[in-house]
Every structure is written in C-alpha cells, then in structure tokens.
Design a protein around this ligand. Structure first.
Ligand SMILES: [Zn+2]
Length: 307
C-alpha cells in the first residue's frame, strides 16, 4: 500500500480573516498530528500543481471562473458570499487545492499509488457550477472525478461525502451526469438547506438528525450508501472528507468520534477494493475543532495506509 499525501504551502496563504473557522491552522494541525503519530514519513509526499483552466471548465462555467478572477482583491478581502472570502492569494490556494485532486488521480492511474489524501484548502463540496458557497471556490473532488473521466476514460465515479453539511456543489455539478454517483451523509435540516424530497438515482441522500450519533451515522451509511454503491460498482472512489460532524466540533449537532471516521473509511475501502482496484482519492472538506480534526484525519489516514 502506498498512500500519497498531497498539499502545497500556497494553501496556507488563503487568508479568511480574523476569527474565521476555515483557516490555515487546520492544515498545520493535521500535518503536526501525522508527524507526532509517526505516520508522516510513511506517506508519499507530493506538492500540488495548479489546476488548469481546461480542468476547471469541466465543472465550472467560464463566466463563473472569470467572475472570481475579476473579484480578486489586491489588498484586504472580497466576499463571494457572506462566508466565502477572497484574499490576494486565495486563487493560488484554490488552484493548488483543485490541482492536488487532479494530481492524485494521475498518481493512482499512472504511478501505481494505491490511494491519496489531499490536505488542502479552501474546501470544495459547496461550490456549484456557477456559484461559490460555504467557504468553497472550486469543486475540488468533482474536478478530480471529471479528470478521471476525461483523461482516463473511466465511466463510473463515486463521490462519498461524510462532511456534516450536504455536498450541494458536487450534486449540482453532476446532477445530470449519471457517470458520477454522489452519496452524502449530512445533518438535516441544516446549511446549505438542500431540498431532499426528490433526487435522481445517482444522488444518494443520507440525512441525519441534529441529535445523531455513531449508531445513526453507521445505519445511514449501511442502509443508504452501501447498497447503492454495490449496484453502481464505481471504478474510482472520491471522498469528501469533512470532519465537522465530530462531537467536539461545535459546527454541528451530530456527534461522531474518531472511531466512526475509522469505520466509514473501512467501508469505503471495502467498496474500493471490491470494484475499483482500491483506488481512493480523499479530499479534505470541513473540520474546525483543530484537535478533533487532526485526530480524525489520522484515523482516516491509518485505514488508507492499511494500518
Ligand atoms: Zn462541513
């Protein structure tokens, strides 16, 4: 098992302002934890390249890309929405974040790595085809899935999203593209307030009440994600790995622990081993309580590393 760990110093430069929960300390906390846990040296380290415009255009409209570039501030901050901030270096960070996922696909398809974790920010799963949202600028996981389809001719991708918020961006990008199944567990009703009454067969909602804990989360994954994935048989599995459902993370009501992140990663590995030759590209999404985030990412990575 060789696990790639892909990040870039530019991801630290995206400055969201004082007191914003999505900040550079998140990546540093994960990095430090992996060193302390003596996992760091057993990962295969890569720097993320910048995503190209061509790669972005597979998931976002040209008008949206132009609009973001036009809004970039020379100093201070500009706001894509009330939560989604641009600083002078934000686009560099966003291009590395999406580029990391493209790189992960290439490493697995060309270099024989088993799986990859992209420790990047800004996150991506709220970014829609034509709209930034919820701290997200580019749809990082979606851009990776689109790359696997366009570059390698794969036909069935799965995006598995256990962030506590619904991955509305991934859904928006692939709602009319049955090649990409999007499975999401999320607190409901909660931001981004997705209407979940109806969905096509390849969009799988697993809503959780605000009081949900381990048992409810595992039941949702077991009864809603796994049968759909067994039917779909994905050739590559992308993970929108948000750790903000942790009980110590006050972003949400749902109360998970590291053991749950370990468990769900084991389920994901089983799916990937069965149908996708083990190919997993995991991408950091949310997770804001730094200690819980770092411990949860470690638990997730230990399974990817087969430890
Ligand atoms: Zn989240």
């Amino acid at each position: 098992m060789k696990t790639a760990y892909i990040t870039h110093p530019d991801c630290l430069l995206h400055d969201t302002g004082v007191g914003h929960p999505e900040n550079a300390s998140r990546l540093q906390a994960i990095n430090n934890r992996l060193i302390a846990a003596q996992l760091y040296d057993f990962l295969c380290h890569y720097q993320a390249p910048e995503v190209t415009r061509e790669q972005l255009l597979r998931c976002h409209d040209a008008a949206y890309l132009d609009q973001v570039e036009k809004m970039m501030p020379l100093t201070g901050h500009a706001y894509l929405d009330p939560d989604t901030v641009l600083s002078p270096e934000s686009l560099r960070a966003a291009k590395r974040a999406a580029g990391a996922v493209v790189k992960a696909v290439d490493l697995i398809m060309q270099e024989g790595l088993s799986n990859a974790f992209c420790s990047v920010r800004p996150p991506g799963h709220h970014a829609e085809r034509m709209r930034a949202m919820g701290f997200c600028i580019y749809g990082n996981a979606s851009i990776g899935a689109a790359h696997a389809i366009e570059r390698y001719g794969l036909e069935r991708m799965a995006i598995l999203d256990f962030d506590v918020h619904h991955g509305n961006g991934s859904e928006d990008i692939f709602r009319d593209d049955k090649r990409v199944m999007v499975c999401s567990t999320f607190q409901h009703p909660f931001y981004p307030y997705t209407a979940i009454e109806e969905s096509p067969d390849h969009i799988i909602y697993a809503p959780l009440e605000a009081t949900a804990k381990s048992a409810e989360f595992r039941e949702a994954v077991t009864s809603l994600w796994l049968p759909a994935l067994d039917h779909f048989k994905p050739q590559m599995v992308f993970v929108s790995a948000g750790f903000d459902a942790h009980r110590e993370d006050d972003m949400s009501g749902v109360s998970l622990t590291e053991a749950d992140y370990r468990w769900v990663t084991e389920q994901i590995r089983e799916v990937a081993d069965r149908y996708a030759e083990g190919r997993i590209v995991s991408v950091l999404e949310g997770g804001y309580e730094l200690h819980a985030l770092a411990r949860s990412a470690e638990a997730h990575l230990r399974v990817l590393m087969d430890l």
